[in-house]
Design a protein around this ligand. Structure first.
Ligand code: ACO
Length: 222
């Protein structure tokens, strides 16, 4: 049965006509159940989140995202990808957080931007652009069947088409880390959530097991 379900799915890049459907898919999945979103209870399944939707839409506009879609037009999973053009992109995004009112959203992105700046991948790889897998999401009905792996592999093809040498992702949970690890991504930076503390020494993210750390993982492609 499962195999039949998977046979009905194909992968393609996401065009503008699918943007609304992609956002709707993410409202049912990633917005509520990505490990950090879940830790801060960013949304409930089905609910929207204005700032996260804007973040997704601005990523979609880079036109390098991919989706897994059933023959009857149902989105089974997505990898929303963007192109980063230097640390200035990260610094600008960080600066914008000063104008964000949603503290939960802010603390997630502060963690991601801080950790990326700390390891300075542009300098490490001596590149001026990188392909970033920002949002990886598979519908609960289709999980555990290798779809995330296929989305990453397809994203690598897209990165190659754009002549980008380094592909990176901020893998926030054990499953995404397993997926990209099995495809040859290596960890360039990591932090355990229990070690990420506020000024009072309290844990900022209490994340459900088996997820225990953020890993910034990369692969050189050519
Ligand atoms: N329990 C145990 N193991 C699991 C589970 C589970 N619930 N789900 C996946 N796995 C394992 C698989 O067995 C597989 O391991 P293996 O290759 O050693 O067999 C590995 O994790 C990946 O399996 P896939 O089938 O390729 O992944 P899937 O299609 O299920 O999608 C994903 C994984 C995208 C992480 C999905 O669980 C999801 O959408 N989660 C919610 C959102 C999220 O956390 N996204 C990633 C955040 S990081 C980022 O977006 C850059």
């Amino acid at each position: 049965m499962l195999d039949n379900k998977m046979n009905d799915i194909h992968l393609e890049t996401i065009s503008i006509s699918y943007f609304d459907k992609v956002i709707d898919h993410l409202r049912q999945t990633f917005f509520a159940d990505e490990p950090l979103n879940k830790a801060v209870e960013l949304t409930r399944p089905g609910q929207g989140h204005k700032l996260l939707e804007l973040h997704c839409l601005s990523t979609l506009k880079d036109n390098v995202s991919v989706m897994a879609i059933t023959n009857d037009g149902q989105i089974a999973g997505v990898a929303l990808n963007g192109i980063l053009r230097g640390n200035d992109d990260i610094l600008q995004a960080m600066e914008k957080l000063n104008y964000v009112y949603d503290e939960s959203f802010k603390k997630i992105f502060k963690l991601l931007y801080e950790q990326n700046l700390k390891i300075d991948l542009f300098n490490h790889f001596n590149v001026d652009k990188m392909f970033e897998i920002r949002i990886l999401s598979v519908d609960t009905k289709f999980r555990g069947q290798g779809l995330a792996k296929k989305l990453i592999a397809k994203s690598e093809e897209v990165a190659l088409e754009h002549n980008i040498k380094v592909i990176k992702t901020d893998a926030t949970g054990a499953f995404s880390q397993r997926v990209v690890g099995s495809l040859g991504f290596v960890t360039k930076g990591e932090i355990k959530y229990k070690d990420y503390l506020d000024e009072q020494g309290d844990t900022i993210f209490v994340v459900d097991p088996p997820h225990e750390k953020l890993k910034i993982m990369c692969k050189i492609i050519n």
